[in-house]
Design a protein. Structure first.
Length: 337
């Protein structure tokens, strides 16, 4: 069932809204006892929401199914967005399905290979921006004033509405509200959406957002002009949903912290080796944050859900940083194991 049909009564749709779907949502919530152990927490206290299992490999599909459906309902000529990669991949796929033009503004050289491949294969018109994501977004906002185009960045309220359904799923899958929710934060749409979803579901977990140390405006309290991190999906210096993130933090009694690229990479590798889950680097920021708190004995008590926002295959180049020792053998030769 499509995400819109599943949660129809809680979403801004009517009988006249066409549903553009790729079968998004309903992603696995997986118990992660090795992560719990690494964070000095008891077995059964940590769960991972695997959002990389969505159709285009990231949580962006939850918001995009609604944003594109509403664009079709409004008879838009096309859609456009600025993107660190996953928004463009998702927008391109759903726009292709809807038969809409899709124009994407991408920061030059900072989009992971898998994401660019998706934009190409789904036929998006690609505009490369000599600048970072924040600067690409300024251009996209300007272009969105062109008649007939819908902006499908997370400033589009339908994106947030669609993304909040992940919180509904977690409440159903756990059979209770988590005590803590850990999530990577870039433009801050997703933490805003989860907080909205939890509240609508009658839950109040503490919200813990994680930024990359080189792109942590919500931690320092001021925009970062030149954000840097290898976690390209959260390489953002001026989050659009700034207020939403701060409200989620303060209303829930949570925190927004930062993790270094080394901590992100270590968590990414740990998830691959110890839990069998390959996520992209930005996604691992949530788990990196939990392990970091746990090492100091400060991981919050109770049940914690960490969101893994995107699939590891998006950014295969990252594996080169962990090049293993590879042995060689001739065809028909012998090798000792
Ligand atoms: C978009 C994205 C994020 C950041 O989400 P925001 O809503 O911008 O905070 C994190 N991880 C991945 C994989 C993403 O694609």
């Amino acid at each position: 069932m499509s995400l819109i049909e599943r949660w129809r009564e809680r979403l801004p749709v009517t009988a006249r809204t066409p549903i553009i779907t790729l079968g998004e949502g309903n992603t696995p919530l997986v118990r992660a006892d090795r992560v719990a152990k690494a964070a000095n927490l008891p077995p059964g206290s940590v769960f991972l929401k695997i959002e990389g299992m969505n159709p285009t490999g990231s949580f962006k599909d939850r918001g995009m199914t609604l944003a594109i459906s509403k664009a079709v309902e409004a008879r838009a000529r096309g859609v456009l967005c600025a993107s660190t990669g996953n928004t463009s991949a998702s927008a391109a796929a759903y726009a292709a399905r809807a038969g809409l033009r899709c124009i994407v503004f991408l920061p030059r050289g900072k989009v992971a290979a898998g994401k660019l491949a998706q934009a190409v294969m789904h036929g998006a018109e690609i505009i490369e921006v000599a600048g970072n994501f924040d600067q690409a977004l300024v251009l996209a906002n300007e272009a969105a004033k062109t008649r007939g185009f819908a902006l499908v960045n997370s400033s589009n309220p339908f994106r947030i509405e669609g993304q909040k359904t992940a919180a509904f799923e977690i409440l159903e899958q756990l059979g209770r509200a988590p005590d803590n929710h850990f999530i990577p934060v870039g433009n801050a749409g997703n933490i805003t959406a989860y907080w909205k979803g939890y509240q609508e579901g009658g839950a109040k977990p503490r919200m813990f957002g994680w930024q990359a140390a080189g792109a942590a405006p919500l931690v320092s309290g001021r925009p970062v002009a030149n954000p840097t991190t290898l976690a390209t999906a959260i390489r953002i210096g001026r989050p659009v949903s700034w207020n939403g993130a701060i409200a989620a933090r303060d209303e829930s009694g949570g925190a927004i912290g930062k993790v270094t690229d080394a901590e992100i990479l270590a968590a990414c590798r740990f998830l691959g080796r110890a839990e069998g889950i390959f996520c992209e680097p930005a996604s691992a920021a949530s788990v990196a944050g939990l392990i970091k708190l746990g090492k100091n004995g400060r991981a919050p008590r109770g049940v914690t859900v960490c969101v893994l926002t995107g699939n590891g295959l998006k950014d295969p180049g990252i594996a080169a940083r962990f090049a293993p020792k590879i042995r060689r053998v001739k065809a028909g030769g012998r090798i000792k194991l």
